[in-house]
Design a binder for this molecule. Sequence first.
Ligand code: AMP
Ligand code: MG
Length: 354
Amino acid sequence: MKRRVAFLVALVVVGAVVVWIRLRGTTPSLSDADSSQVVEWSGATMGGTWSVKIPHAMADEEKLHKRVADELARLDSLLSLWHEDSEVSRFNRPKGVEWISVSKDLAEIVSVARQVSEETGGAFDITIAPLVNLWGFGPAQSGGRNGVVSAEAEIAAARARVGWRGVEARVSPPALRKARAEIAIDLGAIGKGYAADAVARILDSAGVKDYLIAIGGELRGHGHSASGAAWKVGVETPVADVQRVLLSVELKEQGISTSGDYRNFFEMGGVRYCHEIDPRTGWPIAAARGLAGVSVIHSSSVRADALATGFFVLGAEEGFKKAEEMGIAALFVTRGQGKFEMKMTKEFAGPVKR
Ligand code: AMP
Ligand code: MG
């Protein structure tokens, strides 16, 4: 009897802790805010949703809201492969190999992408587009090839078109140049991070000090939440269809980005593959490899986004080693015996608030 009561008490305590963690949780919690004073905008961009939270009332709110929404619509129209007439879609159509004038945004993204490619030994590679399409993860594709494995000849043909040195960027005046006419780029692993930085620039220039930005899964926190402390956000437990916080981190003028194998994946021959593809092999990353997700915290969201993808593709050992060498705040979550195991660089440990 006594043991049963103790068990029930333990159950209630665990339940209360879980609810408490969730309230502080992932989707940036404003549970302690006076909601009448909280500004919250949201909308759709880059195949997902965006939101901005500001914990106090402000003058000219509508004007600023419109500037942010317009900027995200503009970036979407430049960078998204979902629009056939976006700047990237147009760039991807086979053309010559001379310099092509592009927006400042596109030139900047490609130059950051090239830098991260170099840093990750080519694991991060925006010229991955032919392989993304081959494996069924492109726009207007449902994800996966209905269980059909690509033939080695198809993989080899797509791989021959991939290689990060195949697109050069010039920032001023902004232009791109392909090494071969058939090169195509996919900014799915870097565009949302760039957009988070762009929104932060607008809010900074308007003198807003406290805000939290979410572009899809990219989060960026500046200043304080309504509680008066730095924004606290959760890193999700890497499980499909469940939102559970693995641990919480504070963002101080920083972004956090997570790449993982638990949201966008498909099964082939009993093996689960995800939408990140290893340019070195031409194959999507298999869940069996054991690395479920990588989160990166960085003052630059565009770098956080690209590095999280690059480290994830490199894998638990090589990726972790690289993150340590580079001094990047990174968390690697692997599937252990019936539980998740976390390994973080020392730079990641500081922002963790359990
Ligand atoms: P993320 O969730 O930021 O890791 O981005 C994943 C998306 O990036 C995929 O859906 C692809 O569009 C693209 N992608 C896949 N593999 C790579 C890679 N090795 N380097 C860069 N982008 C990639
Ligand atoms: Mg990314």
